[in-house]
Design a protein around this ligand. Structure first.
Ligand SMILES: [Zn+2]
Ligand SMILES: [Zn+2]
Length: 132
């Protein structure tokens, strides 16, 4: 399938020829700040299936350490993807258009969620990372 996505100002757009995998939401304090939200929501993507369609020159990269980074639209600030050694390996679900045919399969690091967040009982949740 073809999945498309982009930032809120509309200048940066991407497409994925393939499937998203391992959609999840992390409630740790770093993800909350990264996503400016109660949690992150992201999915894995194969780097070779991902392509910037427009606005690639507007991207700003924030290195988070050990080869990992995050890329934002330099104009509007939407967080679009996660990178590993410069390759896109995950995308933020909030910037995906329409239905990418994945659902969040688990909520992780629920033990460090914000005091003000209420998580429904009927979702799969782990106090820390997922079991390996
Ligand atoms: Zn933008
Ligand atoms: Zn996290």
């Amino acid at each position: 399938m073809t999945i498309t996505g982009g930032c809120v100002c509309g200048n940066v757009n991407y497409k994925i020829e393939g499937k998203l995998r391992d959609a999840r939401s992390c409630h740790c304090s770093r993800c909350r700040k990264t996503f400016s939200s109660q949690a992150s929501a992201y999915a894995e993507v194969a780097p070779e299936e991902f392509e910037w369609v427009s606005g690639g020159d507007l991207l700003t990269t924030y290195e988070t350490g050990e080869g990992f980074g995050l890329q934002f639209c330099g104009q509007c600030g939407s967080t679009l993807c996660g990178t590993y050694h410069g390759e896109v390996h995950g995308i933020t679900l909030g910037c995906v258009d329409g239905d990418p045919e994945v659902e969040i399969g688990m909520h992780i690091f629920v033990g460090s969620k914000a005091a003000w967040e209420v998580i429904p009982d009927n979702v799969i949740q782990f106090q820390e990372g997922p079991p390996t």
